[in-house]
Write a protein that binds this ligand. Structure first.
Ligand SMILES: *Cc1c(COP(=O)(O)O)cnc(C)c1O
Length: 392
């Protein structure tokens, strides 16, 4: 008999009733160190007092009015995003998928309104992930995402990740945009080198096409900059964000320059819930904390500590681990054994990690994780690896 929850996830036999900082508690009071952060969502850990407080306050005031009216919290969040990024304007959504759908619509509308309606195709990359809608599985194109769900949407051209020659060859007079994760997340924590991002920016400028970044996983302070592309010094025209911006509350956004957004006039796009008072209250509070230099500097310091200790861990377990890669607190450990075996061995040590592509376990902890918790995480992974070795 089919379970009452549609069985689209192979769930671990774990369930939590309470969270506090970097820790999750099950009903029996067992404490798990959360190095997955709800897949890069809980940037300030669980039950952060500032977020609980703004959400509780807003809950007693107003939940929903509709975008038929101005929403002060949405305005405040948009102002903060504009102040701290390349963007001039923001459309607020409820999820990453919706953010990326908005990015694609915006890019096509830009060319349509600028006398090039034939420019509709979006170049994307193998190993990418942009969400689960028909549009976004068509965008990523991977067999495991699309199998059985056709017909897919036309208008996406797939090229190998990081292959500049293939990218250049794929550009033609139908190209509207290049859409890319500066660091692939689901694909296994694969950073795009800075010179690749610069090369993409140059190609876009030469050919009059738009550059779209998907910073849903790598953004919001994860790499030690507010957004990962800031390390490269170049800027996109349009960017989708989600995950960390809500700190655990469903929230996303599509950010854009004035030029790229010029086609998005009244009536061209919308959302019932997008930008609602509750989500935007939390998003504003997350921005206030995460966007400060002091906070971002701490992320880099924590990341250095974690990275260094992980290098040691890998060196002492060569039969279990291969290497660590990533930027800041977005790290992937490539495994020699099956990555799921490592994730499961972690559960036995009461530490949560997230499997990813390329046989990786992902570490995407709360950005305010403490030094002691970092050391504890590495100690628990060490025990997990030792347990695996005993059975090899
Ligand atoms: C999670 C993710 C998405 C999809 O976000 P949802 O909120 O699940 O719709 C898209 N792109 C990237 C890079 C992601 O990590």
């Amino acid at each position: 008999m089919i379970p009452s929850v549609l069985p689209t996830y192979a769930r671990a036999p774990l369930s939590f009733v309470r969270g506090e900082g970097s820790w999750l508690m099950d009903a029996d009071g067992r404490r798990y160190l959360d190095m997955g952060g709800g897949i890069a969502v809980n940037v300030l850990g669980h039950a952060h007092p500032a977020l609980v407080s703004v959400l509780q306050d807003q809950a007693t005031q107003l939940w929903h009015t509709s975008n038929l009216y101005n929403i002060p919290n949405q305005q405040a969040l948009a102002d903060k995003l504009v102040e701290h990024t390349f963007a001039d304007t923001v459309f607020v959504t409820n999820s990453g998928t919706e953010s990326m759908e908005c990015c694609v619509k915006m890019a096509r509308k830009y060319h349509y309104e600028n006398g090039a309606p034939e420019r509709v195709s979006i170049i994307t990359f193998e190993g990418s992930f942009h969400g689960r809608s028909i549009g976004m599985i068509s965008a990523a194109g991977a067999e495991k995402l699309i199998k059985g769900f056709g017909p897919l949407l036309p208008g996406f051209v797939h090229v190998p990740f990081g292959d500049h020659a293939a990218l250049e060859a794929a550009i033609d007079d139908k190209t509207a945009a290049i859409m890319v994760e500066p660091i692939q997340g689901e694909g296994g924590i694969v950073p795009l080198p800075d010179q690749c991002l610069k090369g993409m920016r140059d190609l876009c400028d030469q050919h009059g096409i738009l550059l779209i970044f998907d910073e849903i996983q790598c953004g919001m302070g994860r790499t030690g900059k507010l957004f990962a592309h800031e390390w490269s010094g170049i800027e996109p025209d349009i960017m989708g964000i989600a995950k960390g911006i809500g700190g655990g509350f469903p929230l996303g956004a599509c950010l854009a320059t004035e030029k790229a957004a010029s086609g998005m006039v009244a009536g061209s796009h919308g959302s019932t819930y997008g930008g609602n008072p509750l989500a935007c209250a939390v998003g504003g509070a997350v921005m206030d904390i995460v966007s400060t230099d002091a906070f971002l500097g701490e992320v880099s310091a924590k990341a250095g500590r974690l990275r260094q200790r992980l290098e040691g861990l890998i060196a002492s377990h060569p039969d279990v681990f291969v290497t660590v890669r990533g930027v800041g607190l977005m790290l992937g450990i490539e495994c020699k054994v099956t990555n799921l075996d490592v994730v499961n061995a972690g559960y036995d040590q009461q530490i949560l990690t997230v499997p990813g592509g390329a046989n990786v376990i992902r570490l995407l902890p709360p950005l305010n994780i403490s030094n002691d918790e970092i050391d504890e995480a590495v100690a628990r992974l060490d025990k997990a690896a030792t347990a695996i070795e005993a059975n090899l």
